[in-house]
Design a binder for this molecule. Structure first.
Ligand SMILES: NC(=O)c1ccc[n+]([C@@H]2O[C@H](COP(=O)([O-])OP(=O)(O)OC[C@H]3O[C@@H](n4cnc5c(N)ncnc54)[C@H](O)[C@@H]3O)[C@@H](O)[C@H]2O)c1
Length: 380
């Protein structure tokens, strides 16, 4: 399998490194300019630097494309790659609108021998897969509440800036689409329960931000000293609460923020069922909290020898050897490429699909509408 990557920022590098760990050859890379493509190819040890996306698509060596560009490019790039007969692994969110994501679902369905995935990598933390197996085994009984949060602080200051804050680059929703959809994808995939209704209340902390003159790398830190800045009106939300109703009657809530000082990248959930609860925190990802009513609570340390047989293979290292963020990319890509290698494209894919990505955009639409109209909104 030979792969090309488009996008040379934070995610472009993470994808290249994860693919190398799987011994999947990255034959070429494409950035926003020929110079950026060259620099990334040199830094990452990749043979080809494409001058434009069309050159990547026309490279007969390339069988799969990883899309790690800003959100507004996902739809045209994913659609063009599918039309050229390439497998596609696209960063989240899949598209800017549910119209776009529905067209991608249709296009992927029409290409039956191609895999089309969205990188909701958080699913692939070993202990999240362990929790999923425990819920799906049914021994915890029916789930009645699903609560949690995803909070960061890298957009706290008005001088913090990134393409994501602009609706025409990242989409009308920002914090929710950027990180909230990770949480929503995760809890729905773990519990096998779909969100059916939503009530959202969102807030923009900085209606005006200061934009530096040049391009800003994601998570690049404080920008106060970057010289000239320009004021930019911001319409996207910095934080928000979302009340949730699930298809089995379970109730839930999600708090999302990119302006909570001290929380760097903290996704938490607590899922309560009739016979016990399970909780997890991405800043401490090798521990799973098992809550009991009539026994002392437990902490399961990530250890394949102690995990369910079906979740154990998702842990690549023995107990006591921490696994984290980069490992989830490796495991997500492993699921994607093992599926392609097996060639059984009618089997259910073991990775987040374009249909899952589309579902997340539909949730974003409902959240946006609920916030505007101040009422519950049902999912299609
Ligand atoms: N799965 C995750 O955990 C995760 C984490 C971070 C970001 N993401 C997603 O990854 C995507 C990229 O985010 P990022 O944080 O890497 O952003 P980034 O700004 O660090 O990188 C984006 C890169 O794309 C390049 N680019 C812009 N326009 C381009 C074009 N037309 N052609 C080729 N390259 C172009 C930019 O020069 C930049 O290098 C986003 O969709 C984001 O939501 C996912």
């Amino acid at each position: 399998m030979k792969v090309a990557i488009t996008g040379t920022g934070f995610m472009g590098t993470v994808h290249a490194e994860a693919l190398k760990r799987l011994h999947i050859e990255v034959v070429g890379i494409h950035g926003s300019s020929a110079e950026k493509s060259n620099t990334a190819a040199n830094q990452l040890g990749i043979a080809k630097a494409y001058s434009d996306y069309e050159a990547l698509l026309q490279d007969p060596e390339v069988q799969a494309v990883h899309i790690t560009t800003p959100n507004r490019h996902h739809f045209p790039m994913a659609m063009a790659a599918l039309q050229e007969g390439k497998h596609v692994l696209c960063e989240k969110p899949l598209a800017m609108t549910s119209r776009e994501s529905s067209l991608l679902v249709e296009a992927a369905a029409a290409k039956q021998a191609l895999a089309a995935g969205v990188n909701y990598n958080v699913r692939f933390y070993p202990l999240c897969l362990e929790a999923r197996e425990r819920f799906r085994a049914g021994s915890l009984g029916p789930i009645h509440s699903i609560t949690g949060s995803y909070v960061q602080d890298w957009l706290l200051h008005e001088t913090d800036y990134n393409w994501r804050v602009l609706a025409d680059e990242g989409g009308q929703l920002r914090a929710i689409a950027d990180i909230g959809t990770h949480w929503l994808d995760l809890v729905q995939s773990m519990t096998n329960l779909k969100v059916t209704e939503i009530f959202a209340d969102l807030k923009t902390v900085h209606p005006i931000r200061r934009r530096p003159a040049g391009e800003v790398q994601t998570f690049s830190g404080p920008l106060e000293d970057q010289g000239e800045t320009l004021p930019v009106d911001i319409e996207t939300e910095d934080l928000g609460n979302v009340l949730l109703r699930f298809e089995n009657g379970a109730k839930g809530n999600l708090f999302v923020s990119q302006a909570t000082a001290g929380r760097k990248n903290c996704l938490r959930y607590e899922i309560a069922a009739r016979k016990g609860s399970i909780g997890w925190d991405s800043e401490n990802p090798n521990q799973l909290w098992l809550g009991h009513r009539d026994l002392p609570n437990q902490t399961l340390i990530k250890d394949p020898a102690l995990m369910c047989p079906s979740a154990a293979p998702s842990a690549a290292y023995p107990g006591g050897h921490a696994e984290g963020f980069p490992d989830t990319f490796k495991m997500c890509f492993r699921a994607f490429y093992d599926y392609i290698a097996a060639g059984r494209f009618s089997d259910p894919p073991p990775f987040p699909t374009f249909a899952d990505g589309h579902r997340e955009i539909q949730l974003c639409d409902a959240i946006l509408q609920s916030n505007r109209e101040e009422r519950w909104v049902s999912l299609p």
